[in-house]
Design a protein. Structure first.
Lengths: 294, 317, 529
């Protein structure tokens, strides 16, 4: 056991550590909790402010309003884009990272330079749009997946993980007659699971949160991802100053800008929360589990 | 001509070497094929767009067909460089990002190390899950909450008032802008950013710890001598990559936090370009600024990379 | 495979033949603007309050009347600015697109949009409406119209609004304070209320969509206080264009606000207010006065009255400022900043021209504003009126009812309605007021704003030439950078007002003077025409 040894100072540190992390948790959880209680409070109460610990005048009107639209269609689109996109991302990034991680690879310098340049220089919005149009990707899922098939940042992190695998392992496999494809699949990828799980998360979350490409390349409403609609609720309402909502005195105000915004955040974060533990166990390990692996 | 023969003489061994290498690494080249095609089609092919910085853009003529901008095509580049206000926002951007880096970069590493010291795997996972949540809050909401907490009648000033301090204009006074901006960044990013370091920690060899313990090293010594060096490559790569974004600040959060009083420190390149863009879609100007940003970040990354390669084995290229 | 292809071919032939015979046997309706059914792509932004539907009864009505099928594309408002600029810049626009007047200024000269003035004889309705609204002359580019602007067809229920003085009238009454008629009286009134009810915020405001809270406050308050937050036409100075913050009179604005700030009448948080915080302060009864859109402020009464049933925030008539002027603007009924353009690359320019013109006809305004005759609305005394059962159906949705009905029918200002009519929204709102008493009160309020003669019609910026536009763009940002970092110092009293002369001087030198000159020249050129 890791924490067995140590005297008073060790104990003091442990207590400090637990308490500190607990406080950090409170500070990090509260804002989302606040959004949750706002989303189930009555709009009029939210307007008045002062909701801090408990919801007031609980109502599901906000969620009814959010669900009234085509939420599920957008959510389905987002899930498809995220799953397919992340699969393509991981596949392509591994393909790219492996040769770059091999110190003996003769094209290493060339390809590393080729990849690194893209960290700094890009064409910009207009040529990118024209490219996607030229390849006939407009209004298809691939317009959201192919232009960003590799994030050079993430690919470099994967390459660094691949590099940390001892050369001896790869060399002995080569002596056994394994090809690079086999080595990548059978040795390198399994040994980099923690990093790849992290990258899976990074890629998936960025697909889930992305709206800009869809806004540019998708014109059909039935192909929109969830974030486009959610962002409009979050930001569009603020931009719409000149056409502000002017209700009448008989209106009920069960939902307002603020409750819709809060509900939107809850709805868009929920799927990530549900999936997270499955990914998390690959990189957050107990000390014991870790030692078995080594 | 003799010049040519020299070239041919030089070329042949090179070509031979190349073919031999190609043969030896054929599988690696094969693996690299698909990524290379991707980079060529979606990264290099659109790069002609960079010329926009030197063009008087006419949509009907396309980027390549548009005439060169006046002053030998340098009109927009000069507009950027000769604008004294641009240098103000340039300085603001660098100061803000460097200060941010000094604080926001180590924070998730420290969190990962603290989490590493937690014995209970369940507690560790719960803490980790919850600390990463703020990453998913929208900027609008984060700044909104900040405003309601830190305004003159908000909870923070109320508490300070009980101690006989304040009220302090956290949101308006220029000297508090950077602390507020960076503080909220740390809060929002600490859990999410720690993930990458946690995953590096998960890959460490436990036998090393075993050996250290036998040598009588305490937890602190183990952290210094095993844990930190173990995740150092990850730290360095993350640091170099962060240097690449030294001029990038998302304009959204700053615009939400900007007031007349703090504009002298809060106005950055992206907000300046954004405000220019409101009145006109000035693609050439924006491209010129981008080009400038790219060159500066290239210098920063190259320098960091050079230092890192001299002092450790890790480097980007 | 082969068999199915063959059957499909035969089927298609049969269908084509039968359609031919149908077309021959039936007379082509006189309202058709195209012999064949044409599809036109129209794009506009989607306001989150009113989602745009792509197969609604209005589009059906248009297809039947005009033989034109409208394909609506509606990117969300939050990203629309980027979307439209990329579409224009790549010359990949839909047939008709909703843009802003500044886009027209930027791109019209590059030949991106159809010059509507060249089609003047084919667009009698549009040009009749333009002639009836003389301020649209300011929208021309080198003398031509490249866009159809948003023009309102005023209906009997329409209300006028503006950035008006809204105050807690119940508190005025409670402390026997007569309704203020000058800004100084307003100051005294708020001070008196605050003395009796310590803790209440006096005058407060909010952040703008993309501007700071201070700027937004100045946009609302500087004109009635004697100046303006930007370039404006000042009748009181003899009818000239003036850059507000670089003029002597701006000191009167700052002096007044400084007096308010020092006394605690102006919210100490005025510079950092958000829309949410602003809403909160008024809805919970913690604030007294705001100068803002009166329609939005009136919404606060619902929440406010759950706290105190007697509380009411309402508009008071225009106040006299310290310079002796009694003035404010009402919000322009038209949306001259909005522009409907036809892509010069469209394959159906003729149909688009006819369609856009039809939108400005009475029938077009009726369909775009109320839907399909006999199905969603009827004519009562010649005026379109939404059917009562529809109103009843959507009234159940509460505060969002007026947007929900417009969204479902595809009508109103936020859909495709260049010549818009707010009738459906007004009728919905009035329907929901229920009691005759409430309706009468509402009508009295609307009438009082129309009756306030000190509310002036806003003056549109004159049209600029290409060189003038470029020069203004260059100068305005530099001038703004000088001014808006200073304004707060004078409001909070960090700097004495005398020092503002230096800011004026710096701003005038940096370009405010030249900008004024350009605007006055352009104005003279416009009047000369």
């Amino acid at each position: 056991m890791a924490i067995k040894e140590g005297g008073v100072s060790r104990k003091a540190f442990n207590i400090f550590n637990y308490v500190f992390l607990f406080l950090l948790m409170v500070v990090c959880l509260y804002p989302l909790y606040l959004q949750f209680i706002i989303s189930i409070s009555h709009g009029l109460e939210v307007m008045k402010g002062g909701i801090t610990l408990l919801p007031r005048n609980v109502t599901l009107a906000t969620y009814r309003a959010i669900l009234r639209g085509d939420l599920f269609m957008y959510m389905k689109n987002s899930i498809i884009y995220t799953v397919v996109g992340t699969a393509v991302n991981l596949f392509m990034s591994c393909l790219c990272a492996y040769p770059l991680s091999r110190r003996t690879f003769s094209g290493r310098r060339f390809f590393t330079a080729m990849v690194s340049v893209t960290l700094f220089f890009g064409g910009g919005m207009i040529p990118m749009y024209l490219t996607v149009k030229q390849f006939d990707l407009m209004d298809t899922m691939w317009a959201l997946i192919l232009p960003g098939a590799i994030s050079t940042y993430n690919m470099i992190i994967i390459r660094t993980a691949f590099q940390s695998i001892p050369d001896s392992l790869v060399e002995s496999a080569q002596l056994d007659g394994a090809t690079d494809l086999t080595i990548l699949w059978k040795i390198v990828i399994p040994l980099s699971k923690a990093t790849l799980a992290t990258m899976l998360l990074f890629y998936a979350v960025s697909h889930w949160n992305s709206y800009f490409d869809a806004m540019l390349y998708i014109n059909k409403k039935e192909l929109y991802p969830l974030q486009i609609m959610l962002r409009n609720m979050l930001i569009g309402g603020q931009l719409a100053e000149e056409t502000e909502m002017v209700g009448s005195s008989a209106a009920s105000f069960a939902t307002t800008d603020a409750t819709l915004r809060a509900g939107t955040i809850i709805v868009s974060t929920l799927p990530i929360l549900i999936v997270y533990p499955f990914v998390q166990r690959h990189f957050v390990k107990g000390v014991m589990v870790g030692s078995i692996k080594g | 001509m003799s010049n040519e023969s020299v070239q041919i003489r030089n070329r042949r061994p090179l070509a031979q070497r190349f073919i031999r290498a190609l043969n030896r690494d054929k599988y690696l080249y094969l693996i690299m094929l698909l990524p290379a095609v991707y980079y060529i089609l979606f990264c290099y092919y659109p790069m002609y767009g960079v010329t926009l910085a030197f063009k008087q853009y006419k949509p009907k003529l396309g980027i390549l067909g548009s005439p060169w901008a006046s002053q030998n095509g340098m009109k927009y580049v000069l507009q950027v460089v000769n604008d004294p206000y641009f240098w103000t926002v340039f300085k603001n951007t660098i100061v803000l990002n460097l200060t941010n880096l000094v604080i926001s970069f180590p924070a998730p590493i420290i969190l990962a190390l603290l989490l590493n010291e937690v014995a209970s795997s369940k507690y560790k996972r719960i803490v980790q899950t919850i600390t990463y949540l703020p990453h998913f809050l929208s900027t609008v909401v984060v700044v909104g909450m900040m405003t309601s907490m830190f305004n003159s009648t908000g909870i923070v000033n109320e508490l300070l008032g009980k101690l006989g301090i304040g009220p302090i204009a956290f949101l308006n006074d220029a000297q508090y802008f950077r602390p507020m901006y960076i503080g909220s960044n740390v809060w929002q990013g600490i859990g999410w950013d720690s993930i990458i370091f946690l995953s590096a920690l998960a890959g460490l060899d436990m036998e090393l710890y075993e050996a250290a313990r036998i040598d009588g090293a305490g937890r602190w010594k183990q952290t210094i001598h095993i844990t930190l060096p173990g995740i150092l490559p990850t730290i360095i790569i993350m640091l170099i990559l962060a240097m690449g974004r030294i001029l990038n600040v998302s304009y959204q959060k700053i615009l939400l936090m900007m007031t007349g009083s703090n504009q002298s420190v809060s106005d950055v390149i992206s907000t300046y370009v954004y405000r220019r863009g409101i009145t006109k879609a000035d693609f050439s100007y924006a491209t010129a600024v981008n080009l400038f940003q790219s060159l500066v970040s290239l210098v920063f990354v190259a320098a960091t990379n050079w230092i890192s390669r001299k002092t450790s084995e890790t480097s980007l290229w | 495979m082969k068999l199915t292809r063959l059957t499909a071919l035969v089927l298609a032939l049969v269908m084509a033949l039968s359609m031919l015979t149908v077309a021959q046997s039936e007379e082509k309706p006189s309202t058709w603007i195209s012999d064949e059914l044409v599809e036109i792509r129209i794009m506009r932004d989607e306001n989150p309050s009113q989602p745009i539907t792509t197969d609604n009864i209005k589009l059906q009505a248009i297809e039947e009347l005009l033989n034109v099928r409208i394909i609506v594309e509606a990117p969300p408002k939050a990203s629309y600015a980027d979307k439209k600029s990329v579409l224009i810049a790549t010359d990949d626009m839909p047939d008709i697109m909703f843009v802003s007047h500044s886009d027209v200024q930027t791109y019209a000269r590059d030949g991106m949009f159809v010059n509507l003035s060249e089609y003047k004889d084919q667009m009698p309705n549009l040009f009749a409406v333009l002639a009836a609204n003389p301020s649209t002359a300011t929208l021309t580019i080198d003398g031509s119209y490249y866009a159809a602007p948003g023009i309102q067809r005023i209906n009997p229920d329409a209300r006028r609004s503006g950035q008006l003085v809204n105050i807690r009238v119940d508190l005025l009454e409670k402390y026997n304070i007569p309704t203020p008629t000058t800004w100084d009286e307003l100051y005294e009134a708020i001070l008196t209320i605050q003395k009796n009810e310590p803790g209440l915020v006096g005058m407060t405001n909010r952040k703008g969509g993309s501007t700071t809270a201070t700027r937004k406050m100045m946009d609302c308050m500087a004109y009635p206080l004697g100046s303006s937050s930007s370039m404006y036409y000042d009748e009181d100075l003899g009818g000239v264009w003036v850059y507000g913050p670089a003029h002597e009179n701006f000191k009167a604005v700052l002096t007044y606000l400084n007096k308010c700030y020092a006394a605690g009448v102006l919210d100490p948080d005025y510079a950092v207010m958000t829309k949410d915080l602003w809403t909160e302060k008024f809805s919970s009864g913690n604030a007294i006065c705001t100068i803002d859109n009166d329609g939005v402020v009136r919404n606060f009464n619902v929440a406010l009255q759950t706290v105190d049933p007697n509380a009411e925030i309402a508009v008071i008539p225009t106040l006299t400022n310290t310079l002796g002027q009694t003035r404010n603007f009402y919000a322009d009924e038209n949306k001259l900043g909005e522009a409907w353009v036809i892509s010069a690359s469209s394959e159906h320019i003729d149909v688009c021209v006819k369609f856009l013109d039809w939108c400005y006809s009475q029938q077009g305004a009726d369909v775009n504003g109320y839907g399909k005759e006999g199905v969603t609305f009827d004519y009562v005394d010649g005026k379109p009126v939404i059917k009562a059962d529809l109103l009843a159906q959507y009234a159940a949705n509460g505060s969002t009812a007026s947007y929900d009905i417009q969204s479902a029918l595809g009508i109103g200002l936020l859909d495709i309605s260049p010549y818009f009519d707010t009738g459906a929204q007004n009728q919905m709102e009035i329907y929901m007021m229920g009691s005759a008493e409430a309706i009468a009160e509402y009508r009295a309020l609307v009438a009082s704003i129309y009756a306030d003669t000190n509310l002036r019609a806003p003056v549109q910026n004159p049209p600029l030439t290409a060189e003038q536009t470029e020069r203004i763009n260059e100068l305005s940002l530099a001038v703004e950078n000088i001014i808006w970092q200073e304004v707060d110092k004078y409001i909070t009293g960090q700097e004495p007002i005398e020092n503002y002369d230096k800011v004026i001087e710096a701003a005038r030198k940096a370009g405010a003077e030249e900008m004024e000159k350009i605007y006055n020249e352009a104005w003279a050129a416009l009047l000369g025409k």
